[in-house]
Design a protein around this ligand. Structure first.
Ligand SMILES: C[S@@+](CC[C@H](N)C(=O)[O-])C[C@H]1O[C@@H](n2cnc3c(N)ncnc32)[C@H](O)[C@@H]1O
Length: 259
């Protein structure tokens, strides 16, 4: 990613004005989104409740757009990118996988198709997007793979067994999460990882000040997330090979160090 982009503070008024001048057609949608989000933040002070309401509103219009894809082609391409990456990194049919923030299975349906029955576990805070996820399972004819799809309010994984998942995956989830949510996830994910397993997550990277836009998009410095993982006894590695893909976010891999 260009260094100039990595230093942009999207919450700064100067950035907003410059962006509006360059993209006048985006002003009205942005004002509408700001009004909706401001109202939802008053109604739901807790972040997860707020973001669930954002997803309900977005998914009612289009589940594919709600997970960030402007067209069906992009939805397919973004799912394929995640799938190909994990396949190149060794994902195999016998693995057990947990997808955090699985959305409407943009990548999930490909994982379900590959993995043995019952080996895919998807969780999301949004019941609306999980209804769309079940539709994706039906449309792809994946009923026999018996994927688990469950709604969650937190990332403690307290209902899941120890040492179970070879791969835990969260794509474009921490880019929508305050640090408290990421902290909770990192505090607990080590327990559910199988020996030798890993947890990959993407994040919106900044090399300038950390910031957020409408409490929908959060920008973090790599070292903040690496330090947070270390505080929970985890090793975090910046995945440089992911940077070669045409995707705006960066990726970190977390593992439990061998004792
Ligand atoms: C941009 S979408 C990406 C969905 C999917 N990972 C993909 O790549 O298609 C983000 C998803 O994460 C979910 N999400 C946001 N915060 C979450 C959290 N704290 N725990 C679980 N899911 C969350 C949202 O409801 C949404 O479905």
């Amino acid at each position: 990613m260009a260094t100039r982009k990595l230093r942009v503070n999207r919450s700064a008024i100067t950035h907003k004005v410059r962006y509006a001048v360059r993209n006048p057609e985006r002003i009205v949608p942005y004002v509408k989104r700001t009004a909706r989000d401001s109202w939802l933040r008053v109604k739901y002070p807790n972040h997860v409740d707020y973001y669930r309401a954002v997803m309900a509103s977005d998914a009612a219009r289009s589940p594919e757009a709600a997970v960030g894809s402007r067209s069906h082609e992009r939805w397919l391409a973004l799912g394929r990118m995640q799938f190909d990456y994990l396949r190149e990194h060794g994902l195999a049919p016998h693995h057990r996988m947990l997808e955090i923030g699985c959305g409407n299975l943009r990548a999930g349906w490909r994982f379900i198709e590959l993995l043995e029955p019952g080996h895919y576990y998807g969780m999301d805070i949004s019941p609306d997007i999980l209804i769309a996820a079940k539709k994706t399972v039906a449309e792809r004819g994946l009923q026999d793979k018996l994927p688990y799809l469950t709604v969650t309010h937190d990332l403690t994984f307290d209902f899941l067994p120890d040492n179970h998942f070879d791969v835990v995956h969260a794509h474009s989830v921490f880019s929508h999460s305050p640090i408290t949510v990421i902290d909770e996830c990192l505090a607990h994910v080590g327990r559910v990882l199988a020996p030798g397993g890993f947890f990959d997550f993407t994040f919106d990277r900044t090399e300038g000040p950390e910031h957020h836009v409408l409490r929908e998009d959060f920008y973090y410095r790599t070292e903040t997330l690496v330090r947070l993982a270390a505080r929970h006894g985890l090793e975090a590695t910046f995945m440089a090979d992911w940077e070669k893909r045409p995707h705006g976010q960066s990726k970190i891999r977390v593992t439990v160090p061998k004792s």
